[in-house]
Design a protein around this ligand. Structure first.
Ligand code: ASP
Length: 314
């Protein structure tokens, strides 16, 4: 058994920024709690797919992360994307442009159980509402997902968009788990601050932001357009399979390939021998993991620039 979680690749790591100080400490504290619950669920025998779904829900509910409540605000408001894949069956479910619920991963999981892969816009929102009602969850407005932190980032984006129209990556959340039999991967995001209405990133695209096979699974974060150009998660999983790489080697080679096309981001990977890997070329990526080989979970802030990570073991 093994599970790894990321809280997104961060472009702005300035913790003294007066407008929107990076809240890496809040992310690490939240990851510490969430990995504990996720591992307990996996250890109690829950299937990887269920553990991935419920762990992504916990990340979406936490305002420290750019997903669900606390999502990055696009040019015309919050629009959420999420995707989930079952490595055992190859089934995939995803939604884009969600504005009416805080947990798009639940709708994505529902789609995974159908013959379809991806719902968008009005249809996706109608389905998300129906699933939320059935599960006793509240339907909300996109405004209800905005936090003061993301609002401050959006206000600054608005002030500066003419002088600096560069896309700023805001993170994403992702989970990959191996339950001893099957692997599953899930990813959820608000995308990027100021993203144009209707823009879809890599997160809900099979093989870009989310991928799982019988051998390994992966979830990505960072510059969506470059991640899709490479098909980052599929690239990583297939290179692990083809070249018999460890998850860490596969993560490093995938991020090197992303860097080679000018992309920045991060990736987490789990394989079917319960090994994990994580790598980023963004200034920072938060992650947490636990495997059957370890005596306690690890929570890390991986810093690409210095090529090291600050780990803290429970
Ligand atoms: N990959 C996400 C997107 O492009 C954003 C991120 O992870 O920072 O929508």
């Amino acid at each position: 058994m093994a599970i790894i979680i990321h809280g997104g690749a961060d472009e702005n790591v300035d913790q003294t920024d007066p407008v929107a100080p990076n809240h890496v400490d809040a992310k690490l504290a939240a990851l510490r709690e969430i990995i504990r619950d996720a591992w307990a669920a996996l250890y109690s025998g829950k299937p990887a797919l269920d553990v991935v779904e419920r762990t992504v829900v916990a990340l979406e509910d936490n305002p420290a992360f750019n997903a669900g409540y606390g999502a990055a605000i696009g040019a015309e408001g919050v629009e959420l994307d999420a995707g989930i894949m079952d490595g055992r069956t190859g089934k995939f479910g995803a939604v884009t442009g969600i504005t009416v619920v805080k947990n798009p991963i639940i709708a994505a999981r529902e789609i995974l159980e159908t013959p379809y892969n991806l719902y968008q816009g009005i249809g996706a929102n109608a389905l998300a509402q129906e699933v939320a009602r059935r599960r006793g969850l509240k339907c909300i407005s996109a405004r209800a997902l905005e936090t003061a932190y993301q609002r401050a980032k959006w206000e600054r984006w608005k002030r500066r968009r003419n002088e600096n129209p560069v896309k700023s990556s805001d993170g994403t959340v992702g989970v990959v788990a191996f339950d001893g039999t099957a692997i599953a991967a899930g990813t959820s995001t608000g995308g990027m601050t100021g993203k144009p209405k209707g823009r879809v990133g890599d997160t809900p695209l099979l093989g870009a932001g989310t991928f799982a096979s019988a051998d390994a699974g992966a979830s990505a974060t960072g510059e969506g357009e470059k991640i899709m150009q490479l098909g980052l998660t599929r690239y990583a999983v297939e290179s692990l399979q083809r070249h018999r790489l460890s998850p860490q080697e596969a993560a490093e080679s995938a991020i090197a390939a992303l860097g080679a096309i000018g992309g920045r981001g991060g990736i987490i990977i789990v394989d079917n021998t319960a090994r994990v890997g994580a790598c980023t070329n963004a200034p920072l990526m938060t992650c947490a993991f636990m495997t059957a080989w370890m005596s306690a979970s690890k929570v890390e802030a991986k810093e690409a620039v210095k090529g090291r990570s600050t780990a803290d073991q429970e």
